[in-house]
Write a protein of this length. Structure first.
Length: 240
């Protein structure tokens, strides 16, 4: 094992994931910092100039698909789980929309159990209903009571709207949505996709970090200070 990773895993085992113990308290700001550093380490979060699908030129890019190792997934699940505790989110079942939500929801359920002694059922959906074997659209626990949707980001809100429809169709209710990053950025209208979800469904959307948290982190770390002006300018132009 690479020494740097071995050291990080050792610290993780001692403090965060495997040997954290039940109900261990982690400072909310520390959890945000840990998530940002994890995202930078795996190049999930990069700074520079990136042309988005909307045509905007963004000073940062976030791709949660690059959390693609066992250690990264364990730490990611731990960050989500800690946010659920910090925000005191009320729910009965965790739900991860296909496809990115599938590994997320499993990692979060695991982290809640190992780190906090909270054993919650989880489920995810297939893109197409299965008509053989166990059949159906949902894999895992039955969707009942209050369901917490977990995903990486909300861009257009399409996946979340589909998830809400699935949950309603099962006779359950959506209690909230938890994502990794809130871009705090307006879409085609003056509202962000997150604000539109809240407007249309009355659902609260929580995040591990926000665009404002990224700016605060850059301001606190001189090694990233060269990106701060561009981030602040982008926030002034497109922020909500």
């Amino acid at each position: 094992m690479i020494p740097e990773i071995a050291g990080a895993v050792s610290m993780c085992v001692k403090n965060h994931v495997y040997c954290a113990g039940k109900n261990q308290a982690v400072d909310m700001q520390e959890n945000k910092k840990r998530f940002i550093q994890l995202a930078i380490r795996y190049q999930v979060l990069r700074f520079g100039e990136f042309t988005l699908k909307s045509g905007r030129v963004s000073p940062y890019f976030f791709n949660a698909g690059l959390f693609s190792s066992g250690y990264a997934l364990a730490e990611l699940g731990s960050c989500y789980a800690q946010t659920i505790i910090d925000k005191n989110i009320d729910y009965d079942v965790l739900f991860g929309p296909a496809y990115k939500g599938i590994p997320l929801v499993a990692a979060i359920a695991y982290a809640l159990s190992v780190n906090h002694g909270i054993d919650k059922p989880y489920a995810f959906n297939r893109k197409e209903s299965k008509d053989h074997g166990e059949g159906g659209l949902i894999v895992g626990a039955e969707l009942s009571g209050k369901v917490l949707i977990v995903d990486d980001v909300i861009t257009a809100g399409t996946a979340i709207r589909e998830a809400v429809d699935i949950i309603q169709g099962a006779g359950a209710t959506t209690s909230a949505v938890l994502i990794a990053l809130d871009r705090q950025e307006k879409g085609k209208s003056e509202l962000s996709a997150i604000q539109e979800v809240h407007r249309d469904y009355g659902i609260d959307v929580y995040s591990i970090i926000t665009m404002a948290d990224l700016i605060d982190y850059l301001a606190s770390d001189e090694s990233y200070s060269q990106h701060l002006d561009a981030m602040m300018a982008y926030r002034r132009q497109y922020g909500i």
